[in-house]
Design a protein. Structure first.
Length: 352
């Protein structure tokens, strides 16, 4: 009985000490939470909308206790730029090691979850120089029809494994291939589905894009340890999880004119310079998507081809396409897109 009372007293003292220590820290504002679970009870689906609602009452930078983990949620472009660039770029370049990633992504060896350091730099270099490079894609295109191109990503990795077997292990290669398959297919298909859904809900914009495409003329054209830092006026303890709510930032009425309205013309080339840091489809800083350049080329080509080569209309003409969000890392549509299409006149003289 005495030992039980002693243990309880020590536990209470530790809890009180932790609370007092936390009270002295200049942390971002947070909602009221409960012991042990913290603020987990506040997270509802869809999470990005839930976090946006919390930020409207607490401010663009807020803190949450997810069980024993401290997390900071950012919902403004200026704060996101401060967290992910300048002197804080390296501080938040690391990734938290989780049990799930250790099993699913081969002991955290994949480029998307690998700790910041030499291993991650090497994997990113392979991605940007050997896999996602537009120059490499151009070389493949030019060689097509002359010689068969056989130096694939897996071949390149296996060649590296022969020279450095202790570094390029089977786990590392499988993790990189898995990330390439997911990041190169899921994200692109989801983006195309959202784009086509918006276009089908706005037939005038679809017709305008189709007209523009008809008028286009052919032309050539060592791991850094976490440290405590100060960001946005708040003390951010080391080991804090950072969540950038890109969905909320890209719908912020303080930054965007009519953010909920589908206006593709807002992304004209001359306006993109002004919007740097406000448009975050590929992230920002050192951990930004390494395939950004190639993804932009592929998405533009795929979407342009779909619009130019086919005439589109909604499955039910009088009913708008459902634009509600589903669950998942890439935020797929809750209701898959169903539409009608027929070959455009541009395909009349083409053999498919």
């Amino acid at each position: 009985m005495f030992h039980l009372l002693s243990f309880t007293l020590v536990l209470l003292l530790l809890i009180v000490a932790a609370y007092l220590l936390r009270a002295k820290q200049n942390l971002p504002p947070s909602p009221k939470g409960f012991p042990v679970i913290g603020h987990l009870h506040l997270l509802k689906e869809p999470v990005h909308r839930c976090l946006r609602d919390l930020s409207q009452s607490l401010g663009p930078v807020l803190s949450l206790r997810l069980g024993s983990c401290l997390a900071v949620v950012v919902t403004s472009s200026s704060a996101a730029e401060e967290f992910l660039s300048h002197e804080n770029d390296v501080v938040f370049a690391n990734r938290h090691v989780t049990t799930m990633y250790a099993y699913v992504l081969y002991s955290n060896t994949a480029v998307s979850v690998a700790p910041y350091g030499d291993h991650w730099r090497n994997l990113r270099c392979i991605c940007t120089a050997e896999i996602f490079s537009p120059a490499r894609a151009r070389r493949v295109y030019l060689r097509r029809g002359k010689t068969e191109f056989k130096n694939t990503m897996i071949t390149h990795l296996l060649t590296l494994q022969e020279s450095q077997p202790e570094y390029y292990t089977d786990e590392t290669i499988k993790g990189l291939v898995l990330v390439m398959l997911f990041a190169g297919s899921e994200t692109t298909s989801v983006t195309l589905e959202w784009a086509m859904s918006n276009l089908l809900n706005h037939p005038d914009v679809l017709a305008k894009v189709k007209t523009e495409l008809k008028n286009i003329r052919h032309c050539w054209s060592h791991t850094h340890r976490p440290v405590t830092c100060k960001v946005a006026g708040y003390d951010i303890p080391r080991g804090t999880w950072l969540f950038i709510n890109a969905w909320a930032i890209q719908r912020d009425p303080k930054v965007w004119d009519e953010p909920e309205v589908f206006k593709p013309e807002r992304f004209h080339c001359e306006e993109l310079k002004i919007q740097h840091g406000k448009f975050l489809p590929f992230g920002m800083g050192r951990r930004a998507c390494p395939g950004m350049g190639l993804a932009q080329l592929i998405l533009s080509l795929a979407l342009g081809s779909l619009i130019q080569c086919f005439d589109w209309e909604r499955d039910e003409v009088d009913m708008a396409v459902d634009m509600s969000e589903g669950k998942g890392h890439t935020m797929p549509k809750a209701v898959p897109l169903v539409a009608k299409c027929k070959p455009s006149s541009i395909l009349d003289n083409c053999v498919i």
